[in-house]
Design a protein around this ligand. Structure first.
Ligand code: NAI
Ligand code: BGC
Length: 256
């Protein structure tokens, strides 16, 4: 029997980056997959084909998760795809680089609405489904090391991930009576399109890596492996936690 026999997972923002890796890893471990993104394009088509080749079902639900109503609809449509939903991975996220005194209301809203509000109402929709159908659901939120440590020039991003930290702690307690588990995964610096500017800047990249004890950028597979663990029954007694996947970055300290 595979790890996720008869289970269905919805992974938000999964056309690329960490979300796509999570989709492939969960499918490899036996899960049927509902993908999500702003739009369905060739990346989604390719992922569906790859997942089908593994013998698993896959579908794509288009939704803009900066809109609460779209997050709610996405969960309802995901349930309708394969008749059930067991795992929700809230991965979609955005960041905007700006000096604090230059941040516009528009950028603030985009970051907070995508990274926190959409997640909040997506989970709410999933919890309503779980309670109605007696499903012991699993929620995994893609947070960041910046739920804990500072990131100057990314104030709204830090506020959103810090909010996600407390949302997870709160929901873990409130939803435990229904055996719904809620955890965060907090990646460090991972090679994905969100970090394209950094990856293109050799000097800055070396500086970032020199501050990571394991001396390399994270790979999307590093994150996906921890997501698969948290989604599985191996983590049946884990709720309200944050798992750092950061090569030691967060608690790094050395005397110079
Ligand atoms: P990415 O930019 O490659 O992927 C983000 C995905 O979210 C994209 O597919 C994007 O289209 C989607 N998305 C953004 N806004 C959306 C919306 N309103 N509706 C639907 N989809 C939307 O970046 P990456 O690195 O894969 O990021 C995934 C998550 O991991 C994010 O939440 C990010 O904050 C988090 N993270 C990433 C780290 C990194 O170093 N790459 C480190 C720590 C956290
Ligand atoms: C950000 C990345 C950054 C990483 C480590 C993530 O939350 O999205 O841009 O490289 O944290 O600082």
């Amino acid at each position: 029997m595979s790890r996720f026999e008869n289970k269905v997972a919805l992974i938000t923002g999964s056309s690329q980056g960490i979300g796509a890796a999570c989709a492939l890893r969960l499918a490899k471990d036996g899960c049927d997959i509902v993908l999500n993104g702003h739009k369905f394009d060739e990346r989604g088509e390719k992922l569906i084909a790859e997942i089908n080749e593994m013998g698993r079902k896959a579908a794509f639900v288009v939704a803009d998760l900066s809109q609460a109503n779209d997050a709610i609809r996405m969960v309802e449509e995901a349930v309708n795809q394969f008749g059930r939903l067991d795992i929700l991975v809230n991965n979609a996220g955005v960041e905007k680089n700006a000096d604090f005194w230059e941040v516009t209301e528009e950028d603030y809203d985009l970051v907070m609405n995508t990274n926190l509000k959409g997640v909040f109402f997506g989970i709410q929709s999933f919890v309503k489904y779980c309670r109605k159908n007696s499903v012991e659901g699993v929620v995994i939120n893609m947070s960041s090391v910046h739920e804990e440590i500072v990131f100057p020039h990314f104030a709204a991003y830090c506020a959103s991930k810090g909010g996600l930290k407390m949302l997870t702690r709160n929901l873990a307690t409130e939803l435990a009576p229904f055996n719904i588990r809620v955890n965060n995964v907090a990646p460090g610096a991972v090679s994905t399109p969100i970090n394209q500017d950094l990856l293109n800047n050799k000097e800055e990249l070396e500086r970032v890596i020199s501050n990571i004890p394991l001396r390399r950028m994270g790979r999307v597979e590093d994150v996906a492996g921890v997501v698969a663990f948290l989604a599985s029954d191996d983590a049946a007694y884990v709720t309200g936690s944050t798992y750092f996947v950061d090569g030691g970055l967060t608690y790094h300290y050395e005397e110079q």
